[in-house]
Every structure is written in C-alpha cells, then in structure tokens.
Design a protein around this ligand. Structure first.
Ligand code: NAG
Ligand code: NAG
Length: 592
C-alpha cells in the first residue's frame, strides 16, 4: 500500500470530537455501546403518549395509528443509532420533502433511526397574517433561519408560520416502514427541552449530545457523535452511490483502509493501467464532466474497433465491456431540465463512470459506531433524486417506490383531494378534467416565471391544455411509468375526454385579485372555488395556511387527466411522481 492509501491523522479535521470518534472506526469489530441498548426496562412509563409526535392537537385520535413500536425508544432500538442532517428549513416544503426522501435512504443505508425536524415553516396565510398567527407560531424567517434572503421584502413575506411536520407529511405511514423520529422526540429521549429544537434545521453539534439518553444508567455517558463532513460527500470528480456491490469491489480490487482518509472515505481503488477502450471512453466524457450517458458510452464503444461478433445492441454486452475496461454503470433518474430541480423518479436511466470515481455511502459510513451520525450541510441542489446514484437496478426501484408509497401527504389531504377531484369531474359533466400549475409569486421576483402577465400566462396554459385534450381523445392503449405498483388507470379510457370549453383546474400562488380575475375568465377553476365551508370546517385551521392549500392542490392535480406544469418547480415534480404511482399515462403530463 502506498502512503497515499494510509490514513493521515494529522490532517484529520480538528473538530472537537472527531478525532476520538475516528478511532472508533473499526475493521469489523464494532463496539455495541449504544445508549439505547443499555435500556432500563423499569422505565416503562415512557410511553408513546409521552413521546407523541407534534401535531397531535390537529390530528384526531382516529387518524393516529401507532407505529408497530410502542415508544420512540423501541423505534430507535431496531437500529444502530441515529442519523440526521443539517436540514435547510428556509426552503419550501417540496424541497424539504426531497431532502427528507434522501435522508430516509441515507439513514436506511446506515441502519440508523432518522431524525427529522418536528416542524417546518409555511410561507403564507390565506387571510391576514394575524389570523394564522392565532394558530401557528409566527416567526421572522430571517431570524429563525439565520439567512438574510427575505430581509428587504415586505413584512408579510418576511414572516413564516411554524407548523408541525405531520401537517405536511404522513408520518405514521412513514414510520410503519422506516425508523423515523422527530428532533423534539430525540430531545425528549435525551432529557432535553423539546422547545430547544434548532430553529434553522441545523444540527447543533454540542447541544444535542450534551445529555445522556434517559434510559442510560450511566448518567455521565453522553451520546457520541460523528460528523460526515459535507466536502466528503461527493467532491468534484467523484460519484456518491448507495453502496458498492461485492462484484464491483472484486472487479476493481476495492480495498478498505483501516481509517477514514483525509477525504472521508475508507475505500480505495488501486490504480489500473488504462486500456485503449478506457481511454476512448475517457475522451467521450462531456467537457468538464466525469459522467456520461449510456448512449454516449455506447457510441464510444462503437468506434473503438471491436470485432463484428460483439453485439453492442445488447445492454449486458455493453456493460460487460465497460466493466472489463474499468468503467461502471450507475442507475439514476432522468430529469426534464438537466438541472435536477424537479427530482422526478419516473424515468430510470443508466449512466457510465470510471470505477475509480465511485464512493459508497454505506461502505464509508456504516461501520461508524458513534451513537449519532450527522451529514453536515446541504446535499440538495444539483443532485439526483436520493442525493446519490444507485449501483443496482433493484435499489433504484426500491427508492422510487419509497418516494411514492411511503412519503406521501397526510390522509386528510389526500381524502380532501379525492372529494374535490369528484367535484371537478361533476362540474364537467362527468368527463376527464385537466389541470395546470401556474407558479407566480416568488418566481416572478426571481425572473423564472413562464409569462409575467396573467393574460399571456393563461393563454399559454390554455394552449397547452388544448393539446392535452387531443392527447386524451387519442388515448387507446394505456402505458404507465416504470414505477413499482403502477397499474394503468382505466378511468383514462372509461370517461369521455374533455370538451373545448370545459373548466380546468389552476393551482397557483397568485393572490392579486386582478390577476386572478383574468385567469378565472380564461376558464380556470381555483381551489378556493371548489372548497366549501364544510370542507374548511372539517379540515381545520391548517387550511388557512397557503402552503397547506398548495399541498391539497398538489394532491388534487394528481387526479387530473392531463397535467401541465413549470419545469423548474419541485411542486410539479411531486405531482409527476404521484401521478406515476396512480397509473397515469406518461403522455398525459407536460412540463415546460
Ligand atoms: C440494524 O441494527 C440492529 C441493531 O444493531 C440490528 O438488530 C438489525 O438486525 C440491523 N438491521 C439490519 C437490516 O442490518
Ligand atoms: C391585519 O390585521 C391587523 C390587526 O387587526 C391590522 O392592523 C392590519 O392592518 C391588517 N393587515 C392587512 C393587510 O389588512
């Protein structure tokens, strides 16, 4: 082993606890000293009631099914410890959702209990701010998050409402499948005041490990913590994957260092002499990139003088040639825009990288035996769904399935959406109905909106939906997206297609009455047109919050027969994912 493969303790980060914790990094011999393993069984009074998640005021008891575990301690005891992140609570809900999707995956790979924030910030109130502030804690976002982004905006846009995360996410369903607790539960489990939860989503490095687990008999034994530094996650020229399969390790003679090296990885790929084919592939990489599309790699092989007996139309043949020449195929999802804003999981693709650029998340951090593992900073922007690529097709499929089947909106939201979808259909004589998302608000400020004037914007929407109408009229054989459990939704054929003057749903954050009038006169129906006073009363106060309405709009658009949305919007991405799970035909969706 050359010296560059050896750990370099002098250059390890000097963060308070890390050097001690790095030493705990084993070759297989794990310390099993998790606090919660040394539980005091006499503390049986510590029940789910005490540790009930936030939002219980809103949730009626019938909505709350206990996870199969009786207490938070029991959830955590199924795993090797806790995993959490620095969550960017300043982002809107759909971005937070994607971050949580990825965090569930990261925690699962490490067999750890995920800690998520117990609240998120909603950006707007449908009424005077003071009305929502009577129900949800109103904060100044700049102060709560510690950013200055909103400081110069009007007062209304500086304020936000702190709402329990369970209003936005079906936490009981998630917990039936994955060990997840909220930060306030984590704090209570460690004898800390839940109101001391970080307001920005950042994991306070010292404070959260200052007190022992309440079940810990040795009261001096505070949790150990390991920080996965952000710069270790996917430094330029490397590719973070879920795990490196044994076969791939064998192919590249992957070795495990006894310690994390300076770059935060335990693995190394010994240098290999490049073959001619490998050099050709390297030359085929797009400028400044370390990854190429499947077709690019295939074309490079086609001109590499392989004999006619090599059938490059067979994927396994191509993959085999790549593998024997030092390259590997990674699995991920295609995006509409090239920027991975929408994080849709409906179009699986393969990409090709040099083996030496691959770093496995599980391989690097599973064996860390600290009680708490934190992934520092942001891994959201410009990342693929899951914030990593997958080495095996079945793992990618499992992730896609998790996103659509385990991380949904609360039942209250989906139930209301179903009722409203039926109203849309009725309004249009029982025909299929179409919908669009018109993101305006902050997208106008950022210059991202499709058409700044409401007149032009609604014209554009109508134009796209007219095309959508012909798509629906022509549907005869149904297809589905490649998502687990997606069965063709037969309603697409059973109900008649829309007529030219049918009403269509527009989900929008536009609140200017004049703009709304223009859009409405174009034939649009808004959520507020569909909601009855009974709906509002039975749903309760969260429906006064614009972000919760957006969640209902999103769930409603999942039922639209044709959907047109903005290509940069994460809200539209969720709709596409959920429509895929519903069995909508891929031709019935348009983003531009
Ligand atoms: C996760 O860790 C727990 C506690 O060490 C162990 O009992 C369980 O079998 C592990 N699960 C998996 C899937 O490895
Ligand atoms: C909201 O209500 C407060 C208190 O009643 C009032 O002072 C304020 O002017 C109202 N704001 C708007 C925009 O109507």
């Amino acid at each position: 082993m050359s010296s560059e493969h050896l750990p370099n303790p002098a250059s390890q980060p000097t963060h308070g606890r890390s050097s001690r914790l790095l030493r705990a990094f084993p070759n297989g011999s794990l310390r099993t000293g998790f606090c919660f393993c040394a539980v005091l069984f006499t503390c049986l009074i510590f029940y789910a009631t005490f540790l009930s998640p936030d939002g219980s005021i809103w949730r009626r008891p019938s909505d709350w099914r206990l996870p199969q575990h009786e207490s938070i301690r029991d959830i955590a005891a199924l795993t090797r410890g806790f995993f959490s992140r620095d969550y960017s609570l300043g982002l809107g809900w759909n971005n937070m959702r994607y971050i949580i999707d990825a965090a569930v995956l990261q925690a699962e790979l490490l067999n750890r209990t995920l800690v998520i924030p117990s609240f998120v910030y909603a950006r707007a109130c449908e009424y005077n701010l003071t009305v929502c502030a009577d129900y949800a804690t109103m904060v100044n976002k700049n102060d709560a998050i510690g950013w200055e982004e909103w400081r110069n905006l009007p007062y209304e846009q500086q304020m936000a409402f702190r709402i329990p995360i369970s209003i936005m996410l079906d936490l009981p369903r998630l917990r039936q499948r994955y060990p997840v607790i909220t930060a306030s539960e984590y704090l209570r489990l460690h004898g800390q005041d839940p109101s001391s939860e970080s307001s920005s989503g950042f994991w306070p490095r010292e404070q959260y490990i200052a007190r022992p687990n309440v079940f810990q008999s040795d009261k001096t034994k505070t949790p150990t913590q390991f920080i996965v530094e952000n710069r270790w996650y996917d430094p330029r020229g490397t590719h973070r994957v879920d795990y490196i399969p044994q076969k791939m390790k064998n192919r590249g003679k992957w070795g495990r260092r006894p310690w994390l090296d300076i770059g935060g990885t335990v693995g190394y790929w010994p240098p290999e002499d490049p073959t001619e084919i490998s050099n050709r592939l390297k030359n085929a990489l797009p400028e400044g990139k370390f990854i190429m599309g499947w077709d690019t790699a295939k074309s490079a092989l086609k001109v590499s003088g392989l004999g006619p007996e090599v059938d490059l139309d067979k994927d396994d043949v191509v993959e085999n040639i790549l593998n024997t020449n030092g390259w590997e195929v990674l699995r991920t999802f295609n995006d509409v825009t090239g920027m991975d804003y929408e994080k849709t999981i409906v179009n699986p693709i393969s990409e090709v990288v040099h083996r030496s650029t691959i770093r496995g998340f599980k391989d690097d951090y599973y064996d860390v035996d600290a009680d708490v593992v934190i992934l520092a900073g942001e891994t959201h922007l410009y990342r693929k769904p899951g914030a990593m690529r997958f080495t095996e097709e079945h793992s990618r499929a499992k992730y896609a399935s998790m996103v659509v089947h385990s991380l949904g909106s609360p039942p209250k939201v989906t139930a209301l959406a179903k009722v409203l979808a039926a109203r849309m259909r009725e309004m249009n004589g029982g025909r299929l109905w179409m919908g669009a998302h018109m993101r305006r608000g902050d997208f106008i400020r950022l210059g991202w909106v499709m058409e700044p004037s409401p007149e032009a914007h609604i014209r554009r929407v109508k134009d796209r939906l007219q095309a959508g109408r012909s798509v629906l009229a022509r549907l005869s054989d149904l297809a589905t997206y490649d998502v687990e459990g997606a069965e063709p939704d037969m309603e697409q054929l059973r109900l008649p297609p829309p007529l030219p003057n049918d009403k269509f749903l527009v989900a929008t954050d536009e609140r200017d009455p004049e703009a709304l009038r223009v859009i409405s006169e174009g034939g649009a129906i808004f959520l507020s047109d569909l909601l009855t006073i009974e709906d509002l009363r039975s749903f309760g106060w969260p429906l006064m919050i614009t972000d919760v309405r957006a969640l209902v709009e999103q769930a409603l658009l999942v039922h639209s027969a044709y959907f047109y949305g903005h290509w940069m919007s994460s809200l539209a991405g969720v709709i596409i994912n959920m429509r895929a799970a519903r069995g909508a035909d891929p031709r019935t969706t348009l983003l531009d």
